[in-house]
Design a protein around this ligand. Sequence first.
Ligand SMILES: [Zn+2]
Length: 336
Amino acid sequence: MWKMGQHLVVLAFCLIITSICATAEVPEALSAPVVGSDWQADRLDEKFGVKNNNAPPERPVPKRMLPPLRGEDVGVIRRVKVPEDMKVAALTFDFCELQTKVSGCDMGIVNFLRTEKLPATFFMCGKWMRSHARRLRQIMTVPFFEVANHAWNHGNCALLSRAELEEQVLATQGEYELVREKLLSPNTQDAQDLHQMPQVPQLFRLPYARSTPQALEGIAALGLRVVLWDVVAENGSDCTNIVNARRAAARAAQTVRPGSIILLHANLVPRGSAQLLKELVALLRDKGYRFVTVGELLSLGEQETVMDGYFCRPGDNLQLDKKFGPKGTGVGRREH
Ligand SMILES: [Zn+2]
C-alpha cells in the first residue's frame, strides 16, 4: 500500500517537471507599473508566456549575507510540534523553474490566497523570480505572504559541489534583493504599499527534496533554514476535474495535523492546483484549522527535523537524480 502511495507521489512530481515544453516568445513588460494594480491572470503568467532567459544571474552574491545557523538548526524541517489543540498549518507553494524552460504563475492560487487573506509561503527559484519579477513585486506587497528560496534553477543539492550549491542559494538571494530594490525605488508609484518584507529570504526548500548531510551543512553555513513538508497535496491526478480535486483534497486533509507543512505548486505545473487548494482549505477550515506562514509556524513550537530530504519516506526521490540532467537543472537532460 505504501509503495503505491510512494510511487504516486514521485510520479506526480515527474509530471510536474516533465510537462514543461516549448516556449512562446513574449517578453515580459518589466517596466510596467505592477504593484497593487492588475492581479488578473494574463498570457505572461502562462507556463511558456515569457521567453526563457538562461543568462547567468545578475547578482550572484547578495549584498546582505545571513549569519550561519547554529548547530541545532542544521537539517530539514518537516513540520513543527505544536500543542494538539493548536490547529495551525502552513500552506506552501513552489515556483520551480529549470534552466532550460520557463514555468508559469498560477494567479488562481495567488488571488485565492490574497482575497481569502490566507497566509502562505512561496518557495521561488531565483530564475523564476527573474522571469516573473512583476508578480514577485506584487506578492512582496501582501503582508501575509512570505517569500523563500528554492535554488536558482532547481539544481539538485545532492548532485552539486559545495561551490555550485552556494551559487544556487546565493544567486536567488541576490535576485530577490534586486527585485526588492526595484520595488523600493522612489520612482515606484506604489512603494508606500510595501510592508516590512525581509531584506533577504530566511528559508530554503530543496529542489526534488534531495540533499546530503554535506549539502545541509552548506546551506546552514549560508544562514538559511531548510524546509520541506509532511503533507504532499498534489497526487498526480488531473485536479482541473472537480471530482479528482475533491478526492485529492480529502486525502491530503486526512494527513494534516497541528503543525503540518503542506506542499503544493503554483507554477501552473500541474494545472489543477488552484481548485485542489480551494477544496483543501474548505475542508481544513471545517476542521477548525487556521493558516500561518512557515516563519510564523516555526515561532509556535519546536521544529521536527531530519537529516535527509524526501517526499514521504527516505529514498522515495532518488530516481529523480537521473531525470533532469547531471545537476538537476534540465541542462544535459536525456529526453525519454
Ligand atoms: Zn521545485
